[in-house]
Structures are given as structure tokens and as C-alpha cells.
Design a protein around this ligand. Structure first.
Ligand SMILES: NC(=O)c1ccc[n+]([C@@H]2O[C@H](COP(=O)([O-])OP(=O)(O)OC[C@H]3O[C@@H](n4cnc5c(N)ncnc54)[C@H](OP(=O)(O)O)[C@@H]3O)[C@@H](O)[C@H]2O)c1
Length: 242
């Protein structure tokens, strides 16, 4: 029996890497994306070329009706959902209003998890993807222009942790995967343009920065390895943990 896995924001970056690493006969990967249809189709093609099953669904996860429609489509086409990877993130897009980071990184994540629960049987998994900058916000410094994301992603993580009883009652295990800056990512390229020393310091703090492949590998493992409800997996940034 193959597992149905929904990866939000899987048209590029870490989400695309997670989707392709899940390629195989035992998963049907639902590649969610907001606007980049060609990139999402390329991810679907890569999964299929590797012998797996995948479909792309365009949905802005901050749009409640669109999310309900996506989940209805998943229920109808696949009969349910086994794993939800809450990877999609953002908030600094040009033209975004100041409330958008909280709507996307907190409210949309909680709503999606809550609406997905009825589709998920006991034994299912919800994985929330976050950054050390957000997870450790308040305990470690955050670049000023990342603050809206750090604050809203941390609020999203806390709100999801607040659903502990709901997850427990449904037999769903919730796992958080937090990563240091990811080498070569759009975010790090942006940081590097504004503050190359800060990124160099992060590289220096560990044995280099984790790659998207390494981060995705930890996320994929978190979808199936044994975990307790609420566990956190850390990738890179050993200085954050000391
Ligand atoms: N980059 C890093 O250094 C880093 C470090 C640690 C943790 N992380 C975490 O890793 C995750 C992925 O980051 P990334 O750097 O790979 O991101 P990214 O390259 O910016 O890609 C973001 C993905 O999310 C999608 N997306 C954005 N807004 C969406 C919305 N409203 N609805 C649906 N999909 C939406 C995008 O779709 P479109 O392409 O269609 O716009 C894209 O597929 C995030 O949770 C991030 O916090 C990243």
C-alpha cells in the first residue's frame, strides 16, 4: 500500500528536494505550489522518472477555501492522507501586507493541519519545517529583515504544538524539523547580499551550512522514523544547541 504524502511548497527549494527524495513505489507525493506550475510539473516528472507517483496541486495555503478544495481533491482521488509536510513558508514577497507572514506561517499552518486531520488515519504524521532563526528566536539573534518570518514561524510552531491533544486523540505524531541556513537557498543568497559577514559566521559556526539535500533527508526521515509527539529534529548549527 502506498502512502499519500502532501508536501506544501514543493515546487522549489527544500520542498522540491523532499518530494524527489520521496520518489518510489511506496509513496504518492502531492506536490503543492502557489504559482510556479512549470517548476511543480518538473518535480512531478522527476518523481515519476525515479519510479514514483506524484501529482501537482496549485493552492495558496493562506487561502482557506483553496485549502479545503485541495483536501477534498486529495480525499476524492486518493481516499485519504498519510503524511502532511508543512514546508511552505514566506512573507517577504513584494506587495505582501504586514499581516501576511502571520497569516501564512501561523494561521495557514494550523488551519491546514486541522482540516487535514479528518483525512488522516491513526499512525499518520505531520512534519513542520522551520529554521533555527525562527525556532530559537528570542534566544539567538535574528537579522532585522527576517524578523517577521522568525516571529510568525515561531508562532506557527507554538500554535501547532498547542494542538498536541488533537494530534494525540487522532493518533497522529507531530514532529518539528528545524534547520540552520541552507547553503545555496534563495534566502541565504538574499542574506549574503545584505550581510555577507553574518552568513560567513554561520558557515564558520558549524562544519559549513547544511545543503537542501541534507535538510530534506532529515525531513523525509521525520515522516517515518519512530518519534514521540512533539519531537524536534535539528539540522546543522551545532552552536545553537550548546
Ligand atoms: N532557506 C533556508 O535557508 C532555510 C533554512 C532553514 C529552514 N528553512 C525552511 O525550509 C522551508 C522551505 O524553505 P525554502 O528556502 O526551500 O523556500 P523557497 O525556496 O522560498 O520555496 C518556498 C516554496 O513555498 C511555496 N509557497 C510560498 N508561499 C506559498 C503559499 N502561500 N501557498 C503555497 N505554497 C507557497 C513556493 O511556491 P511557488 O514556487 O509556487 O511560489 C515554494 O515552493 C521553509 O519552511 C523554511 O522556513 C529554510
Amino acid at each position: 500500500m502506498s502512502k499519500v504524502v502532501l508536501v506544501t511548497g514543493a515546487s522549489r527549494g527544500v520542498g522540491a528536494e523532499v518530494a524527489t527524495q520521496l520518489a518510489g513505489p511506496h509513496h504518492h507525493v502531492v506536490v503543492n505550489f502557489r504559482e510556479k506550475a512549470k517548476r511543480a510539473d518538473a518535480v512531478v516528472d522527476a518523481v515519476r522518472a525515479a519510479g514514483g507517483y506524484a501529482s501537482a496541486i496549485q493552492t495558496d495555503v493562506s487561502d482557506e477555501q483553496a485549502v479545503a478544495a485541495m483536501l477534498a481533491e486529495i480525499a476524492e482521488r486518493f481516499g485519504g492522507l498519510d503524511v502532511l509536510v508543512l514546508n511552505a513558508s514566506g512573507g517577504l514577497e513584494p506587495g505582501a501586507d504586514e499581516d501576511y507572514p502571520m497569516r501564512l506561517n501561523r494561521d495557514a499552518q494550523v488551519r491546514l493541519a486541522r482540516l487535514a486531520l479528518p483525512l488522516m488515519a491513526a499512525g499518520g504524521r505531520i512534519v513542520f519545517v522551520t529554521s533555527h532563526l525562527a525556532h530559537f528566536h528570542g534566544r539567538k539573534p535574528v537579522p532585522a529583515d527576517y524578523l517577521p518570518i522568525a516571529t510568525s514561524k515561531q508562532a506557527g510552531e507554538e500554535a501547532l504544538r498547542g494542538m498536541h491533544q488533537e494530534f494525540e486523540a487522532a493518533g497522529i505524531t507531530f514532529v518539528v524539523v528545524s534547520g540552520d541556513m541552507i547553503e545555496g537557498s534563495t534566502m541565504v543568497r538574499l542574506f549574503e547580499r545584505r550581510d555577507p559577514d553574518a552568513v560567513a559566521a554561520r558557515r564558520h559556526a558549524g562544519d559549513g551550512l547544511p545543503s537542501a539535500k541534507e535538510f530534506a533527508c532529515a525531513i523525509v526521515r521525520a515522516t517515518h522514523e519512530p518519534h514521540r509527539n512533539g519531537d524536534t529534529v535539528y539540522v546543522g548549527g551545532p552552536d545553537y544547541l550548546s
